[in-house]
Ligand binder design. Structure first.
Ligand SMILES: [Zn+2]
Ligand SMILES: [Zn+2]
Length: 345
């Protein structure tokens, strides 16, 4: 089968290669991949900027497809089931994080497309516990975006405290930012989302998805808009979904005293933070990374009930062979979620 492989650390070392089809071991299943989303993390692995990846490996961790084969001892899953899967392929199972259900923090966690082979190919083998069956009302395209949606659910509802009626500021209208906006709205929050002139299409999409205000920060005064919307207080929760010093600053400046800030973006380098303001305003700064089973269940329920729309965030579909175009678009901030379709076998 053909696969998009990162063969060594550093910039580049990306190519389509012919690789062997994997077979499921005990407790594992094999998924025949239908769609795989390109994530910012994939782009950062391609450029060598991401800090945690282990080549050679097949990239791709946001995917959906059909169960194709079952390993020994797997129950409750059938060949032909329409599914998506958590990127966690295994974790140690015994460290304090795993014991508490927080296996996204496990140092031994195997992550599809990051630590070992992922889904920019025809088949992925993973543990049966990481499989989530898609309800009939959820399309395979929508299902391919379950991973980023679960990231948003984990960050906003498990790492932070999101209350109905909150004003949530999301800085960065990428797929994580728009996902966070949708999750916040699904929980009864009012969302202000901020972006740059190059984000015009994404801000327009945010408007269609129902945010309270979509703000181009070079044309409008974000601080004034947030103050006006909150009676001068500031946002209850600010989400940094860019990974950049300016966005971090914007969150700290616009969150209210006693408010929360969620860091989802990965700047890839140290960012200057005004800790005086953090202390003065008694801001609770929280990090978030990945997701776990509870977030996937919530994310799937939100999708099934139609309270979020991930398929609306798919702007482009390309065959695997044209991965370079897709990665280039991601780098230039074009489109939103780009899906790659595996090559015919
Ligand atoms: Zn991702
Ligand atoms: Zn562990």
């Amino acid at each position: 089968m053909k696969a998009l492989v990162k063969s060594a650390r550093g910039a580049g070392h990306m190519s389509i290669r012919e690789v062997d089809e994997p077979a499921p071991g005990p407790g594992q299943v094999r998924v025949r991949v239908k769609w795989t989303g390109i994530c910012g993390t994939d782009v950062h692995i391609a450029s060598g900027a991401f800090f945690h990846y282990f080549p050679p490996l097949i990239l791709g961790h946001e995917f959906s497809g059909e169960i194709d084969a079952l390993g020994e001892g797997v129950e409750g899953i059938s060949v032909g089931d329409r599914v998506t899967a958590e990127p966690t392929k295994s974790s140690c199972g015994s460290c304090p994080h795993c014991a508490g259900g927080n296996y996204n923090r496990c140092d031994e966690r195997d992550i599809a497309g990051v630590v070992s082979d992922g889904a920019f190919t025809n088949y992925v083998v993973t543990r049966a516990e990481s499989i989530h069956r898609l309800p009939d009302s959820v399309s395979l395209k929508a299902g391919a975006l379950m991973e980023p949606l679960a990231v948003c659910v984990h960050g906003l509802t498990e790492q932070c405290r999101l209350t109905e009626g909150d004003t949530v500021l999301v800085v960065g209208p990428g797929s994580i930012g728009l996902g966070c906006a949708q999750v916040a709205m699904a929980h009864g929050a009012r969302v202000i989302i901020a972006g740059l002139p190059r984000d015009a299409d994404r801000l327009a999409m945010a408007g269609r998805l129902g945010v309270f205000r979509a703000v181009n920060v070079e044309e409008e005064d974000l601080g004034a808009i947030v103050r006006e919307a909150t009676g001068g207080w500031g946002a209850d929760l600010a989400v940094e979904a860019v990974g950049g010093a300016a966005a971090v600053r914007s969150c700290i400046e616009n969150v209210r005293k006693g408010g929360q800030m969620l860091q989802v973006g990965l700047p890839g380098r140290p960012a200057e933070v005004n800790l005086d303001l953090l202390a003065w305003k008694e801001i609770r700064l929280t990090g978030t990374f990945g997701q776990k089973n509870s977030a996937w269940r919530t994310a799937l329920r939100l999708l099934e009930e139609g309270r979020v729309d991930t398929e609306a965030m798919v702007t482009d579909i390309l065959p695997l062979e044209r991965w370079q175009e897709g990665f280039g678009m991601m780098e230039r901030g074009e489109g939103l979620k780009i899906l790659l379709e595996p090559s015919p076998l």
